[in-house]
Ligand binder design. Sequence first.
Ligand code: LMR
Length: 393
Amino acid sequence: MLERLLPQPEDKIIQLMALLRDDPRPAKIDLGVGVYKDASGHTPVMRAVREAGRRLWDSETTKTYVALAGDPGFHAAMGRLVLGDAVPPARLAAAAAPGGTGALRIGFDLIHKTAPGATIWMSDPTWPNHPALASDLGLKTRDYRYFDSATGDVDFDGMLSDIGSIPDGDVLLLHGCCHNPTGANLTPAQWDKLADVLAARKLTVLIDIAYQGFGDGLEEDAYGTRLLAKRLPELLVAASCSKNFGVYRDRVGVLLAVIPEGTEHATVQANLAMLNRLNYSFPPDHGARLVQTVLNDTDLMAGWQAELEDVRLSMLGLRKQLADELRRLTNSDRFDFVARHRGMFSRLGLSPDQVARLRTDHAIYMVGDSRINIAGLNANSVPILARAIAAVI
Ligand code: LMR
């Protein structure tokens, strides 16, 4: 049987991690996978998460199963973090999942179960795992215009026009904030306009929000998600805690389902639990419990928010430094968008050949579409990157 398996195309981001690991050059710069690194290149355990871990170690007396959909306390805490008071708890069903990908998987499963013929419309470009997950379930995907590579900003008119031609009953996948891979995001005014358009349509909307707090702030980054939760009769949201709590390997995510008025909450909740059961039975609890502990404790929450804000501001500082340096070295405003972008990523608009030369000649690693992880830089490596970019363009 196993001999019938076909070779699998490797995910480009994961492939890049392996290339980097095998590169013996000591001065290599890793701008690949979306993992936050501090100025010394370390991915720290956040202080509030460490303290929550200490408390859990002291207080946890059992490792028995919790519940198929995870701990309701985690659902409530994540519901508040992501959705604020946009919807009453009675309209919120939820399932804890292994990371944002686990939450997306459950979301796509739900779509497959309820609308197997629907097409999922994704931004062009999007995170490569989005189409991969959908096609693994046999779901059709199509693109809508999103990124204007000439300006480095969102092609909002193109996006609205493409959304206008999506047939009723299809699914629209949106990035809640900090668009991956481009770094170009909707303004609040554009979210308002999009909400008006979507409120008049019959599309299912799924929002992937994996970087809340990395863009303009925790509240600001949730603006579009909360707005659509208020304006649309139903909404699916896949949220990840990997980045904003730094709990990557613990795999913490949640699928939130805002259910329409009049729909039986228990039925939706039971379906989410069953999808977890079919995929992995009980979701991992440890990381979710750390997150829940932080979110439910005033002091830990304040400490976490302050540390997250430091992370956000450090990335903004690096963005400005890189944009300034590139403006100086290229004598042009071509890369000014780097300072306008938000989140971990920016797509620089370099050719695959230029990206390859940065890797071979300068030991600088970025994804082939020229996506860089800003957090892979520090004040010393920004000028090195800028010089290398100026040399290859
Ligand atoms: C990324 O886009 O680099 C991250 O979301 C990590 C991943 O799993 O791809």
